[in-house]
Design a protein around this ligand. Structure first.
Ligand code: UT7
Length: 319
């Protein structure tokens, strides 16, 4: 039993917010600094009260419609998010309720920016085992809620959004190989080191990052795990049609492509318009490229994610 992606959807909240607009709002930054260091020009920010399950709902509806399925056809819902609506229940259960699905297995995955790659791998393994037939795999984030807007080194980098895929059992392979890793020894270079205890926030509820350490780590492991996943499928990296790395920073995307010897015209780039949307970045980029008819049926696509934890992973599939 194999699994194939049969529907893709995404959703971006509100209007695109430019770098100039952030500077106008009082952040000590400039379009020139953000563009030259990151390639980011715009990001979308959710409205007050708009949650990860709300964004995930729109993306899921679009993915289900693309697959020609109803929500009730789904027997597994996995949501990758680091900005859940509540401490509990899971965002997957809240999304399930909004979709009026009753009875499917539903849970969240917390692997920060690698979350979607983790969730897709887990769904593939559930389907491969024969226990489930139709999965909804969602990456959804409202990262704007965990940003310290007085920290210009982080707040300009991130955005909000959601992406979703439907993964169905099939007798021919769609997902060709997967590869997941983590090393908690690096937890301190990217974290939100806070918690809620006895009604109070303990520690720091905002995203903190050692940008240069993250940069070096990301470039090394994205290329490594991409190569590892291709090797597991018996396909050279030159044999893939498209590379979709986590959309963190244009320079990270370029360095990863260079290391893997993949030309930039095979790399899907949305970081310029979306910023870094964490677990949503890969499915958002995938959906955009499929809707623009750049990625077509029968092509081989390599997804590669890296995020806090540190976590990293890749999925190679044929559409
Ligand atoms: O999902 C993974 C998420 N994380 C990432 O992708 C981050 C990876 N890291 C990076 O992309 C880069 O490290 C950054 C873009 C975050 C920072 O670039 P950098 O070249 O490493 O800059 P820096 O942190 O060394 O800062 C250089 C200067 C500093 O000023 P001084 O000390 O040289 O006077 C910063 O204060 O740039 C200043 N700076 C800014 N200036 C204008 C930092 N943020 C800003 C800003 N606007 N937004």
């Amino acid at each position: 039993m194999f699994s194939r992606i049969t529907g893709i959807g995404s959703f971006l909240p509100g209007q695109a917010v430019s770098n100039h607009e952030l500077a106008r709002r009082g952040i000590a930054t400039s379009d020139e600094w953000i563009t030259s260091r990151t390639g980011i020009g715009f990001r979308h920010l959710a409205e007050n009260g708009e949650t990860s399950s709300d964004l995930g709902l729109e993306a899921s509806r679009r993915a289900l419609s693309a697959a020609g399925l109803e929500a009730s056809d789904i027997d597994l819902i996995i949501v990758a998010t680091s900005t859940p609506d509540y401490i509990f229940p899971s965002t997957a259960c809240l999304l399930q309720s909004k979709l009026s699905n009753h009875g499917a297995t539903a849970f969240d995955v917390q692997a920060v920016c690698s979350g979607f790659v983790y969730a897709l791998t887990i769904a593939d393994k559930f389907i491969h085992s024969g226990s489930h037939k139709r999965a909804l795999v969602v990456g959804s984030e409202v990262f704007s809620r965990i940003l310290d807007w007085s920290d210009r080194a982080t707040c300009v980098l991130f955005g909000d959004g959601a992406g979703a895929v439907v993964l169905e059992a099939s007798d021919r392979p769609g997902i060709l190989a997967t590869s997941l890793h983590a090393d908690g020894a690096h937890h301190g270079i990217l974290s939100v080191p806070g918690s809620v205890c006895n009604g109070k926030v303990i520690g720091d509820p905002f995203l903190r990052m050692d940008g240069q350490a993250v940069f070096k780590f990301a470039v090394r492991v994205l290329a490594e795990v991409g190569e590892e996943c291709c090797a597991a499928a018996g396909i050279p990296s030159a044999g893939i049609d498209w590379l979709i790395p986590h959309q963190a920073n244009m320079r990270i995307l370029e360095a990863t492509a260079r290391k893997m010897k993949v030309p930039m015209d095979k790399v899907i780039v949305t970081v310029d318009r979306h910023g870094n949307t964490s677990a949503a970045s890969i499915p958002l980029a995938l959906d955009e490229a499929v809707r623009e008819r750049r990625i077509r049926a029968g092509q081989k696509v390599l997804l590669a994610g890296v995020g806090g934890g540190f976590t990293w992973g890749a999925v190679l599939f044929e559409l």
